[in-house]
Design a binder for this molecule. Structure first.
Ligand code: SF4
Ligand code: SF4
Length: 614
């Protein structure tokens, strides 16, 4: 290339890099200036490296989640990787610094990349067709920038192939060379301006994910109220906000969004990004307002489907619960039902508002032993197991099954709500009070092992109470029963039992097989279309069981319809929240709904000892 060409090219490169860095450097500054994450721990590093290799290098997660579009995306990503060398060599050639020649290894590599160019061109065309012609609703709103980027990637591949097939030194080769160059120079500054920022950031986002699923960060000091204004956003939250690829996987799975609520988890993340772009990491403006809706934030059931699906490691729940904390702790959330609910818990210590004497009467009437330190398990009853008629039936069934298996157990003299609903609603003060009162009881009782019918209590006691200094071994009853499966009767008459995965048992605890294994003793276990990791919430988590839903279709009705549509005569649940929500949903759907039972009720019925008075 002559000197004029080189000067023009150099100016083009400098302009392109200048605009790239303008946007990218600003995002980096915002991330760096955000608040450090108090709970962040880099170790252990091994699992982080494995995650990056699987999710970024192998594109394992996206392919697993959506095989065809996932594979198309993988080819585009792998294409970028193999093209890096070609692109550097492309610019080096203009300055006489070429290092890949059309012979030897270079010849092989050009051919290798040519194969990729075809695959990338087909893949990007397919992805654009899906986005702009098929138009899945979770990809809305369509951005013209996405169309432009798709066109540029396609143009890069076509110009590479044309260059590859055109004899060197001809006028046609000169035109194609410059076309390819111009596309590259336009493409670079568009990366940080669009969702393609994830190309650069997502390996770091995945590597630096906060340990643990839906882990709520601790509040640090008296001035920390949660996510109230921009200065409360942490570095990881900011990094995640800039990494969103706008794929809508979170929205596609969200039970609130699927039933016509305002909540769209993708928009919560993008809202955080827009806030940071407008007000910066030291913004004094409230986070809930122009860019993120208060109504949406409090429609979340904390089911975790969004966080579980995100291909770039974005953790929605620390943000959503953080925003709720900010609103509750600063008095900005003035929902009358929420206020009444908090007062009920403060006064009575349980979510249903009963006097504690009702629990005691129930225990004594049914001869449930108190824990005295000699038994193997302390049975945690939870609010529903203590006061709700259907929850009590589940506790009694567990009592029968434990007796049948010869496992000793007892319940606490006094028990208060574990604090799950207030923790998820953002009332940390009340959560701490409840946890501390319970911890006093537990430490006096000297219980070492606990079991509960409620996955929400298991999560809160086992994980959230750690913040209060607890370290309690607690498990869900289906985990315990699965270990004793061989001692339970096998009474299968071939009846279908459809199992509904509880979010706090499945996604939160990774317990999918145990309840199914137990149920297999009593029938054919069938899954509804949305099951296991993609199970659809009952609508009761995140405190919503006690507050209700005000807009759209009810989540429990949607789920009940899906379960009933399997044709199974028995619906099995493994959570008293799900039991209560699905009971309402099933009876709203049909005058003769399928029978709804907890896994342990099915086991107790098989043992033949489930008839007890409440
Ligand atoms: S946790 Fe569940 S309800 Fe909340 S935003 Fe995510 S998918 Fe939606
Ligand atoms: S938050 Fe994650 S799943 Fe949701 S749109 Fe962004 S990248 Fe996709």
């Amino acid at each position: 290339m002559n000197w004029t060409g080189r000067i023009v090219l150099l100016l083009g490169i400098l302009t392109s890099v200048y605009f790239f860095w303008g946007k990218f450097g600003r995002a980096l500054r915002v991330i760096r200036q955000s608040k450090p994450d108090a709970d962040f721990q880099l170790r252990p590093i091994g699992p982080r490296i494995r995650k990056v290799l699987w999710e970024v290098a192998a594109q394992g997660l996206v392919i697993e989640q959506r095989p065809l579009p996932g594979l198309a995306h993988a080819f585009v990503f792998w294409g970028f990787c193999v093209f890096a060398l070609i692109s550097i060599n492309h610019f080096a050639t203009a300055f006489g610094l070429e290092f890949l020649w059309r012979e030897g290894f270079g010849r092989f590599y050009y051919w290798f990349v040519a194969v990729f160019a075809v695959a990338v061109a087909v893949s990007i065309a397919g992805l654009a067709f899906r986005r702009f012609v098929i138009r899945p609703k979770w990809l809305e709103p369509l951005s013209p920038e996405s169309g432009l980027i798709a066109f540029l990637i396609f143009a890069l591949m076509i110009t590479y192939l044309a260059q590859f097939l055109t004899p060197e030194g001809t006028p046609a080769a000169w035109v194609i060379w410059w076309s390819h160059t111009i596309v590259l120079l336009v493409f670079l500054p568009l990366i940080p301006k669009t969702k393609h920022m994830h190309l650069v950031l997502s390996p770091f986002t995945i590597f630096l994910e906060r340990n643990g699923f839906s882990r709520i960060p601790p509040l640090v000091g008296d001035e920390d109220f949660g996510l109230d204004t921009g200065k409360d956003l942490t570095r990881i939250a900011s990094l995640q906000a800039y990494s969103c690829v706008e794929c809508g996987r979170c929205t596609e799975q969200c039970p609130a969004n699927n039933t016509g609520k305002v909540l769209n988890p993708k928009e919560i993340i993008l809202g955080t990004r827009h806030y940071l772009n407008e007000f910066g990491p030291r913004g004094e403006e409230a986070l809930l307002g122009k860019h993120i809706s208060m109504e949406a934030t409090f429609q979340c059931t904390t089911c975790g489907a969004c966080e579980f699906q995100c291909p770039v490691g974005i953790q929605h729940l620390p943000i959503i619960i953080g925003l709720r904390r900010g609103a509750v702790n600063t008095g900005k959330w003035d929902n009358p039902h929420g206020g009444e609910f908090f007062v009920t818990l403060e006064r009575h210590g349980n979510a249903l508002g009963f006097p504690a004497s009702e629990r005691q009467k129930f225990i004594e009437k049914n001869n449930i032993p108190y824990f005295d330190g000699t038994q193997e398990y302390c049975l945690w009853m939870g609010c529903l197991g203590s006061y709700d008629p259907n929850g009590r039936k589940i506790v009694l069934s567990l009592v029968e099954v434990l007796r049948y298996l010869g496992i000793s157990f007892g319940v606490l003299q006094q028990e208060k709500c574990s604090g799950d609903p207030v923790r998820r609603l953002g009332n940390d003060y009340l959560f701490g009070e409840l946890a501390q009162q319970n911890l006093e009881q537990i430490s006096q009782s000297k219980a070492k092992k606990m079991v509960s019918i409620c996955p929400h209590c298991v999560r809160t006691i086992g994980t959230d109470w750690q913040e209060q200094g607890a370290n309690i071994a607690i498990e869900h009853h289906t985990e315990l029963l699965a270990r004793y499966r061989d001692k339970l009767p096998a009474t299968s008459h071939g009846q279908d039992i459809v199992f509904h995965d509880a979010c706090y048992l499945g996604r939160y605890r990774g317990v999918y097989d145990e309840p199914r294994d137990v149920l297999a003793n009593f029938g054919n276990v069938v899954d509804p279309p949305r099951a296991r990791e993609r199970g659809f919430c009952c609508g009761g988590g995140g405190g919503l069981m006690f507050l209700g839903e005000e807009t759209g279709k009810r989540v429990n009705v949607e789920r009940a319809q899906e379960l009933a549509a399997t044709g199974a005569k028995v619906v099995a649940a493994a959570c008293p929240f799900c039991n209560s929500m699905l009971r309402d949903g099933l009876s709203a759907n049909s005058a003769a709904p399928p029978e709804l039972l907890d896994v342990v009720q099915i086991a107790a019925a098989a043992i033949g000892k489930a008839e007890k008075q409440i």
